[in-house]
Design a binder for this molecule. Sequence first.
Ligand SMILES: *[C@@H]1O[C@H](CO)[C@@H](O)[C@H](O)[C@H]1NC(C)=O
Ligand SMILES: *[C@@H]1O[C@H](CO)[C@@H](O)[C@H](O)[C@H]1NC(C)=O
Ligand SMILES: *[C@@H]1O[C@H](CO)[C@@H](O)[C@H](O)[C@H]1NC(C)=O
Ligand SMILES: *[C@@H]1O[C@H](CO)[C@@H](O)[C@H](O)[C@H]1NC(C)=O
Ligand SMILES: [Zn+2]
Length: 558
Amino acid sequence: MGFVNLLTMAKRFSGIIAILLLLRLTTAAASHEFCDAGMGYNVVGCGGSDSSSRRILIKGGTVVNAHHQEVADVYIDDGIIADVKPNIKVGDEVAVIDATGKFVMPGGIDPHTHLEMEFMGTDSTETIDDFFSGQAAALAGGTTMHIDFVMPVNGSLSLGFKAYVEKAKKSCMDYGFHMTITKWDDTVAREMEIMVKEKGINSFKFFLAYKGIVMINDELLLEGLKKCKSLGALAMVHAENGDAVFEGQKRMIELGITGPEGHALSRPPLLEAEATARAIRLAGFINTPLYIVHVMSIDAMEEIAKARKLGQRVVGEPVVSGLVLNDSGLWDPDFNIAAKFVMSPPIRAPGHGRALQAAVSMGVLQGFHVVPENTGKSAFGKLVGTDHCTFNSTQKAFGIDDFRKIPNGVNGIEERMHLVWDTMVASGKISVTDYVRITSTECARIFNIYPKKGAILPGSDADIIILNPNSSFQISSNSHHSRSDTNVYEGWIGKGKVEITIVGGRIVWENNELKVNLGSGKYIKMPPFNYLFDGIEKADVSYISSLRAPVNRFKAMQ
Ligand SMILES: *[C@@H]1O[C@H](CO)[C@@H](O)[C@H](O)[C@H]1NC(C)=O
Ligand SMILES: *[C@@H]1O[C@H](CO)[C@@H](O)[C@H](O)[C@H]1NC(C)=O
Ligand SMILES: *[C@@H]1O[C@H](CO)[C@@H](O)[C@H](O)[C@H]1NC(C)=O
Ligand SMILES: *[C@@H]1O[C@H](CO)[C@@H](O)[C@H](O)[C@H]1NC(C)=O
Ligand SMILES: [Zn+2]
């Protein structure tokens, strides 16, 4: 179409363009199949490039990176950031967005999601958000990439990977994969190597909870940690003591506590702290970096703080539900309300969230003042995830008579960016550069895709949000983009609003309207040996030389 202001055109003739695209679709049978996933959303294209503007200039905003902010223009050409500097001049053919008084930031990266996942132990209960609806929700909330957990199929990592490649064909934003380890044997160990060397996976999650389903014991965890170390892959753990949780569940049932509150009571912070401490010490013994997913309690956070003081490479991941919610909802007399808060580890009593927020601001600030670009190797809250894992109220009601059958999980992929801004930046706990660091940049660094992602720099992918600090947002299941009929943040009103989301150089969220391009998201391969591995081998050498052994002993003559 040449040099026309395609953005304006697209708005004026969006109906015609949509029809043209639909016509193109009916001829493309293969893509038609997953285009059905877009029902109810404003899907402007399907399976690739469309006719909206490939060149955009964002003018006059405050451009924020993790290390620096300045008033500048951002020029986007063909999905890539081409230039960042004040007063960029462009021709009439370029779509111009005025961002004066607003923040122009890297799109959020959510390190922890479960889309289209079957919940363990419940037959055929699959999360209500798939790769399309979950990502559409993400984009409406300013998140432009996520890393999802692949579940093995019949214990096979390769079959699991294949299944997720299929599921992700509907994607409308870029995504990466972690691999979940659900059992341990030589085949799994061999397949881990294939995942790292051929499939672009650089992290594996182990479960110290879910006894009898996916839990592994210490012997197998040690094997997993050694394997991760040799591959340069990051070991992740779900840290709760599964044997003790099993005991706690029996105790609650014996006491006649079968409702959602029994879920929290059966797995107190003590059990999270025990498993966190154990995983940290075992990773320290193997000398490999460790990432603890969804840290929910002061008790577990303090174990990470202790490891940090000793210089161990441990990353603690808070999730937004743990930061901003408390457990009061679990005691709601309405089962549907109480059940929607059920996740593991549980949302804790008032006090834990505030302490976790304080720890995030401490960790971030310490890192910032010590070494601007490198926040050190160990910290709690260098990044914030969601554990987005949604089940609707019908699905949650499987556990109406027994909390052990309630599918675990809460929403958050759409809400994270707003809630972290509101509770951390608008309240003055962290700076805007810190915000970028914990919502985007640090995740890109840990999973080794920086600065392709997580930065507004020439050459980076054009995944960008424009946030107006003077606007407000409101959360409700009536207006959210998840397929769930409930929202754990129902009724939340806060400061700061993501007004525009650009993904892969296309505007997909503007004027509260979503225009996603089904099938346009790409799989991002993540290489091994992130910065947490720097110097590991030197520490191994100094460990060996510290042993002062074997001691040469003279054999006594008989
Ligand atoms: C928001 O408010 C601040 C302070 O009053 C002002 O400097 C800025 O320009 C405003 N931004 C917008 C987009 O209105
Ligand atoms: C997984 O195992 C079950 C039971 O053995 C079998 O029916 C199913 O086909 C297997 N799935 C795949 C993808 O191999
Ligand atoms: C706990 O959460 C509820 C519901 O969000 C809120 O109304 C209450 O103020 C919180 N309690 C404390 C002590 O923060
Ligand atoms: C929840 O999802 C299931 C499966 O898609 C559906 O059958 C059910 O009607 C949904 N329930 C609600 C309340 O939306
Ligand atoms: Zn999870």
